[in-house]
Design a protein around this ligand. Structure first.
Ligand code: 5AD
Ligand code: FES
Length: 352
């Protein structure tokens, strides 16, 4: 391999420091040299987590959304989107099925749907925690006030996912309409941390107008936030959005960034995302081999899966939860890893 590149990677692994020039070099790395970067990242992941992969059961509770993000298929202006929302009883039956299948983390994700009042969310979280004291609840329901986040936490929610999407102000405004702001997004993330959640941020790789500079800012922001989880996957265009004609993000770059993040944040919970699995049939396996340690199979009822369409051609919209579970177990085993059946908290967290 290229000696210069090997030096950059080795120094980065030792110091965790990454200059703009180093980032530029890594983002332009050859496929062959990326193998070495992956190997170094994978070693870090194995040193913290062993060859174990955590599973999260993802329940997509609603595709109604009051926001209008330009990249997203469930944006409110998309008149072609078929909308659905799950009522609390339906959510609970997904959790029941997931628990039966062995999941010990349930992620409730949805568009920003005002039908779910804070009271409703709190009561769903409480019922899950009461019935399944051995399980963690992760929420991914968008931007809320400090008070709402605090109420959800006091009801028993353990973790919260809110991708920041980009830490560059100008870039943020190219991805979102004027009524959304990066400042508010960041404030939400800091509030979540202050309350005590395990917090996840993240970006889409190759989103329209992304550049090496915006990625550099993403990394600087993550260093400051110190998230427990980082969700990244390739941008994949959706035909009914303003970004329908933009190119999809690259798998290669997504894998490079997964490795960079693993090396920089050794203990972070890092999923190989569904978007990565959609962009490449072996994407999730490649993600794990590049340093990811989490997979998030879908537990939503098959009848609604196609409707939760953030981007085109999403995988696993026809499979039952049990099928995805065993499919993933096989995929994990095929690359020499195993499923970890625990809650999978961040190694630094011990919640009483
Ligand atoms: N391609 C890839 N990821 C997307 N998301 C939304 N739209 C797309 C898309 N077109 C991601 C966003 C959001 C998460 C739930 O899904 O980063 O935070
Ligand atoms: Fe859903 Fe493989 S993970 S079918």
């Amino acid at each position: 391999m290229d000696d210069h590149m090997k030096n950059i990677i080795d120094r980065f692994c030792d110091t965790k420091e990454l200059s703009r020039e180093d980032l530029h070099a890594l983002l332009n790395i050859s496929e062959e040299d990326r193998e070495y970067l992956s190997l170094r990242a994978r070693e870090k992941s194995i040193s913290v987590f062993g060859k174990k992969i955590y599973l999260r059961g993802l329940i997509e509770i609603s595709c109604y959304c009051k926001n209008d993000c330009y990249y997203c298929g469930i944006r409110r202006s998309n008149k072609n989107a078929e909308r659905y929302r799950l009522i609390p009883e339906e959510i609970m039956s997904c959790v029941d099925m997931g628990h039966e299948l062995g999941f010990r983390t349930f992620v409730l994700q949805g568009g920003e749907d005002v039908w779910y009042t804070d009271d409703i969310i709190c009561s769903i979280v409480e019922s899950i925690k009461k019935k399944y004291a051995d399980s963690a609840v992760t929420l991914s329901l968008g931007e809320k006030s400090y008070e709402s986040y605090k109420r959800f936490y006091d009801s028993g929610a353990d973790r919260y996912l809110l991708r920041h999407e980009t830490a560059d102000k100008a870039h943020y405004s190219m991805l979102h309409p004027k009524d959304m702001s990066l400042d508010n997004r960041k404030e939400c993330l800091y509030n979540l941390k202050k309350i005590g959640y395990q917090v996840g941020c993240g970006i889409m790789v190759g989103s329209p107008y992304q550049s090496e500079d915006t990625i550099y800012e993403d990394i600087a922001f993550m260093r400051d936030l110190q998230p427990h989880m980082i969700g990244i996957g390739p941008f994949i265009h959706h035909k009914d959005t303003p970004f329908a004609n933009f190119e999809n993000g690259s798998i290669h770059t997504t894998l490079v960034l997964l490795s960079i993040l693993r090396i920089m944040f050794e203990k972070v919970l890092l999923p190989a995302t569904t978007a990565l699995g959609t962009a490449d049939p072996m994407g999730r396996e490649k993600g794990i081999l590049a340093g990811a340690n989490v997979l998030m199979p879908n537990l939503s009822p098959v009848s609604v899966r196609k409707k939760y369409s953030l981007y085109d051609n999403k995988i696993c919209t026809g499979e039952e939860a049990a099928e995805c579970r065993s499919c993933l177990e096989n995929r994990i085993r095929s690359i020499g890893y195993e499923v970890d059946n625990g809650r999978g908290d961040h190694p630094d967290i011990e919640r009483s």
